[in-house]
Design a protein around this ligand. Structure first.
Ligand SMILES: CCCCCCCCCCCC(=O)SCCNC(=O)CCNC(=O)[C@H](O)C(C)(C)COP(=O)(O)OP(=O)(O)OC[C@H]1O[C@@H](n2cnc3c(N)ncnc32)[C@H](O)[C@@H]1OP(=O)(O)O
Length: 211
């Protein structure tokens, strides 16, 4: 089942061109974010880098979109969630995760959380852990065929999630009409660090359009 949005019918060659254009900018910006918290160059270098970044910002600011990417690249047909803060190609906030899903309602991703996501010393911020769990739960629910909005998200933090290479797994537990219950876990080098349970609801507005 697709959400009742018009499909993204942008031709493949245009999407490929946009990917090649914007992807490297986000990649560079991700490294910039990392270096904002990790670089240890001297103050003169910081001042010079600041001027360089300001020059780049001035270039990009010349034309600003009127709609967010999520409003334009709607999720029917080809999925292009480029602005998403977990998986978005164009969003430097996104680690980004590459999520693999199967129609049985299971999703997984091996990913990396660097120092920009630090909360407690050496550990991933709990809100970032929740963000990732919510997203991958959403993939599992969507893969099973009935996407929904997160209604309730419950997280149990079992141990600190160390910065570095991590894994997340999510799976659908059960469905009942407009509601889907799914579970997920983040796994670090010492085992499960956080567990989540989410209740996903097909929103009323979409139910009415489908009725
Ligand atoms: C491959 C794919 C990739 C796709 C990958 C995409 C991944 C994206 C993942 C990110 C997901 C998000 O962050 S989503 C954003 C965060 N979530 C939100 O902003 C949601 C905000 N809340 C809402 O929009 C709404 O409150 C809803 C949709 C949750 C529910 O509104 P509604 O549809 O009007 O609900 P309503 O008719 O009152 O109730 C319907 C039934 O749901 C129950 N219900 C209502 N609210 C809740 C609730 N919060 N938690 C539990 N259950 C609830 C009611 O008891 C009722 O049960 P009964 O009486 O019928 O038994």
């Amino acid at each position: 089942m697709n959400w009742p949005f018009p499909p993204d019918e942008t031709p493949d060659h245009v999407v490929e061109h946009e990917t090649a254009t914007w992807g490297p900018l986000a990649e560079a910006a991700r490294e910039l974010v990392d270096l904002c918290v990790m670089s240890d160059v001297d103050p003169e270098e910081v001042a010079a880098a600041t001027a360089d970044v300001e020059a780049a910002v001035a270039r990009l600011r010349k034309v600003r979109r009127t709609q967010t990417l999520g409003q334009e690249h709607l999720p029917a047909g080809r999925r292009r969630p480029w602005g998403n803060p977990v998986i978005g190609l164009r969003n430097p906030i996104a680690p980004p995760l590459q999520v693999h899903s199967v129609p049985e309602g299971r999703s997984e991703s091996d990913f990396h959380c660097g120092p920009a996501y630090e909360g407690p010393p050496g550990l991933v911020h709990g809100g970032v852990v929740a963000l990732i769990l919510d997203q991958v739960l959403g993939h599992a629910v969507g893969a099973k065929g009935r996407p929904g909005m997160t209604g309730t998200l419950t997280i149990v933090y079992r141990q600190g999630t160390p910065l570095g290479d991590l894994r997340v797994e999510a799976w659908v537990e059960r469905e009942d009409g407009i509601k889907t219950w799914a579970k997920a876990q983040v796994i670090g080098p010492d085992g499960v660090t956080a567990e989540a349970e989410g209740v996903f609801i097909l929103p009323r507005a979409i139910r009415e359009q489908l009725a």
